[in-house]
Every structure is written in structure tokens, then in C-alpha cells.
Design a protein around this ligand. Structure first.
Ligand SMILES: Cc1ncc(COP(=O)(O)O)c(C=O)c1O
Length: 407
């Protein structure tokens, strides 16, 4: 993978912030967008800034065709059988809510999650507990931070209707054994919902090979624009899934006392859509495909290995999650003894222009269970370099030397 060539596609990487080019290690929150994505979005606003799926004129037809072709590209990206299995949402959260609250769960049904869910799974599940009367079972992770298949098996029964799990943790970077989890869920008659917000940017996902029922992801973590999410719903399940919103464009006909919904994906795409965002998402998916998902994954792990090796054994630095960098993708989450996570992030930003996320990363229950206030998280992506990894590791090591020895 030619990182130097890739970097040239991202204007922001040649711009100085605070006198230095940024070392952007906040990719698990949001990635930068290459020129190709920005150009595709500009083209919409400059050349055919109309609305899709409604008017019959030429500009509207152009938008419809472009959006249809992005749907096909996204379907191919995830290995879906048909483009109609892909609905555009505003983010992962909307997709997860649609499934958790709209898939017909009823009082007494059980939903199983991991103990490291993002609030975008955790909170809608708690809402389903409150408003629908479902029961929530949490699988405790193994002591090394990996998914515990034995606990999972013990949590399963015929009462479990939905297994809603984070495919790749945004805190630790750990990816669970997706095929085994999906097969186990199906063996008990449950459906599987994968939160793929952190998986889609870095790993090839094949929804058919994994026999996924539902999967949600966000474009802004995979070089695409903000404000676009993608929800995969297996064709046979679409009719029974209730949309979160109702209104224009999602219906075939309405009367004063009735309405008839269009089939998926239209019924999930009510109201005027984010056309430039959808078109930008198509360019982003193309951009990742051109690099290759296996290359992306290998690059992230390569950098993580360098960081982990450099910081292994440095007194006062502790990793959150499995020790083995091969299990953590592009994420290195850590704490420095004697400093809060926010202090670590602020000091590294101010002193070295290293930009990271700090805090509980929308996974409050996980940190409450660990008994700590959060962590700093460095997350790398396609444009990060070995030199940046080296500068980061050196800076963290220096911080630990300075602060962890204080009484
Ligand atoms: C694992 C995971 N799930 C869900 C989300 C929510 O994504 P969004 O804010 O795009 O809805 C995130 C965002 O960071 C995430 O990391």
C-alpha cells in the first residue's frame, strides 16, 4: 500500500494546524475524506443539484441513477444479494434503532448483547426493555477482553429473538468471531444484528457468507461524508421491519384514513434524502475498494504492532483490551498512570499535534465495570505512517516517564 500516494489525496494532511501537519489518530471517530469524495459531492451541487425518485425531469433522473448505482456499489461492498437490501440512513445509530425497535420484539423476548456495546446498541436495547418489555442479557467478556463463546452459549435459549452485537469494538479494536456468533444465534432461532461501524472501514464483510440478518455502518468512518449510514436488511426480513419514520416518498398510496408503505429500501428512506452524501459514499466505497480491504487491515495492524511493541513494558502505560495488537486492528487504547485520559489527549495535541479521542467512547457500562474513567484512544487509518506511529509512541513514553513516577 502506497501511503505517500494516498496522503496526497487528502488536502488536510498538507495543511498545518498550530504550526505542524496533524498526526490524525482519531479515525475511529471519523476519517478524513479524499479529494475524490469531495469532488463527487461537489459535482452533485454544481451539476445536478435536484432531488431523486420524485420528479421526472432530466436532473432528477440523473440523481436517481447516481443514487441507484451507489446502492449497487454498497450492496457489492457488503456482499449483499440485492441492492434493495441496502437502505441509506443518517448514520449507524439510525440503522441500529430501526432494527432494535422495529423488528417486532415483544414482551418476554430476549435480546443478547456483549458487555462492550456502543450506546448506539445499548441505549435502544434499554429503550426496548422499557417500552416493549423485552429482557436484556449481557455476555461478559473473557478476562483477556475477547468474546466469550461459552458465556454466549449459556445466554442463549429459544427465548432469544435478537443477538445485537458490536462486530468490532470502538474501545479496544477487538473483532468478535462473526461467523460463529451468527451461526449460534441462528441455531437458537434468533436473528443477528451486527453493529459494523468499526468493521466496515477496515475489513471485508460478506453478509451472505456470514448469514447476517441485519448490519449497520456509517460512511464517515470509511472516508465518506458525515450524515450517511447504511443499513443492510436481508430481503426476507424487510417486510416485517417497521420504519422509524413515516411520511413522503415511503408510501405507494394514502387515503384520509390509511396508507400503504413502499417495499424496502424506500420505506426506510422517508423524506428528501442526503443526495450529495449518498453520492460521496459511492466515491468513498470505490476509493476503499481501489486500495483493497485486506491491504487496509494489514496496514492498520502493522502500525498497531509498531506502537504496541514500542510501548510494551513502558512503566505506567497500560493497554485497554487484548495485549496482542493482531487482535486490535487499528486501535490502541491506553491509560498513563498519574494522568486522566483527557489530559493525555490534550497534552499530545498541544505538544505534538497528535489528535486522539479520550473518555468513555460512548461505552459507559464497560468502563463502569472496569472501574475506571475511560481511556485515551489512538486509531490509525490508511494515511497514517510508521513515522507518525514512532512519534506517537515516543511522546506517550515520555509522558509516562514524567508523570507515572509522581507519588
Ligand atoms: C462501534 C460503534 N457503534 C456505533 C457507533 C455510532 O455511529 P454513528 O455515530 O455514526 O451513528 C459508533 C461510533 O463511533 C461506533 O464506534
Amino acid at each position: 500500500m502506497d501511503v505517500n500516494r494516498i496522503r496526497k489525496d487528502f488536502d488536510v494532511l498538507s495543511k498545518e494546524a498550530g504550526g505542524k501537519v496533524p498526526i490524525y489518530f482519531d479515525n475511529a471517530c471519523q476519517t478524513f475524506r479524499p479529494r475524490q469524495v469531495v469532488d463527487a459531492m461537489d459535482e452533485y451541487y454544481e451539476s445536478f443539484p435536484a432531488c431523486a425518485g420524485r420528479s421526472v425531469h432530466k436532473l432528477a433522473t440523473e440523481v436517481s441513477l447516481r443514487c441507484d448505482s451507489v446502492r449497487t456499489r454498497v450492496a457489492d461492498f457488503f456482499g449483499a444479494e440485492s441492492p434493495t437490501e441496502i437502505s441509506f440512513m443518517k448514520n449507524t445509530t439510525e440503522g441500529l434503532n430501526t432494527v432494535i425497535l422495529g423488528s417486532g420484539l415483544r414482551k418476554g423476548d430476549e435480546v443478547v448483547t456483549t458487555d462492550y456495546e456502543h450506546n448506539s446498541v445499548h441505549v435502544p436495547v434499554l429503550e426496548a426493555v422499557k417500552s416493549l418489555g423485552v429482557r436484556h442479557k449481557v455476555i461478559k467478556s473473557s478476562s483477556d477482553g475477547t468474546f466469550d463463546l461459552d458465556s454466549f452459549h449459556s445466554a442463549m435459549s429459544k427465548k432469544v429473538r435478537l443477538v445485537a452485537v458490536c462486530m468490532t469494538s470502538n474501545v479496544t479494536g477487538y473483532s468478535l468471531p462473526a461467523k460463529e456468533v451468527a451461526d449460534t444465534a441462528h441455531a437458537y432461532g434468533a436473528k443477528i444484528l451486527f453493529d459494523a461501524a468499526q468493521t466496515a472501514p477496515s475489513m471485508k464483510i460478506d453478509v451472505r457468507a456470514l448469514r447476517v440478518d441485519y448490519l449497520a455502518a456509517s460512511a464517515h468512518k470509511m472516508c465518506g461524508p458525515s450524515g450517511v449510514g447504511m443499513l443492510y436488511v436481508r430481503a426476507e426480513l424487510a417486510d416485517r421491519l417497521r420504519p422509524l419514520m413515516f411520511g413522503g416518498h415511503g408510501v405507494t398510496d394514502t387515503n384520509y384514513d390509511s396508507f400503504e408503505l413502499l417495499p424496502a429500501p424506500e420505506k426506510f428512506e422517508t423524506g428528501l434524502q442526503n443526495y450529495s452524501g449518498i453520492i460521496g459514499t459511492g466515491a468513498a466505497v470505490q476509493y476503499l475498494n481501489n486500495i483493497g480491504m485486506d491491504e487496509i487491515r494489514a496496514h492498520e495492524i502493522g502500525l498497531n504492532r509498531k506502537i504496541t511493541q514500542a510501548l510494551m513494558g513502558v512503566p505506567g502505560v497500560s493497554v485497554v483490551g487484548p495485549g496482542d495488537p493482531n487482535l486490535r486492528g487499528g486501535i490502541y487504547s491506553f491509560n498513563v498512570k498519574g494522568l486522566s485520559a483527557h489530559d493525555v489527549a490534550m497534552i499530545l495535541d498541544n505538544s505534538k499535534n497528535i489528535m486522539m479521542r479520550s473518555g468513555m467512547h460512548c461505552c459507559h457500562p464497560y468502563f463502569h465495570a472496569l472501574g475506571c474513567d475511560g481511556c485515551a484512544r489512538a486509531s490509525v487509518y490508511i494515511y497514517n505512517t510508521e513515522e507518525e506511529a514512532r512519534v506517537f509512541a515516543e511522546a506517550v513514553s515520555a509522558l509516562a516517564n514524567k508523570f507515572s513516577k509522581r507519588p
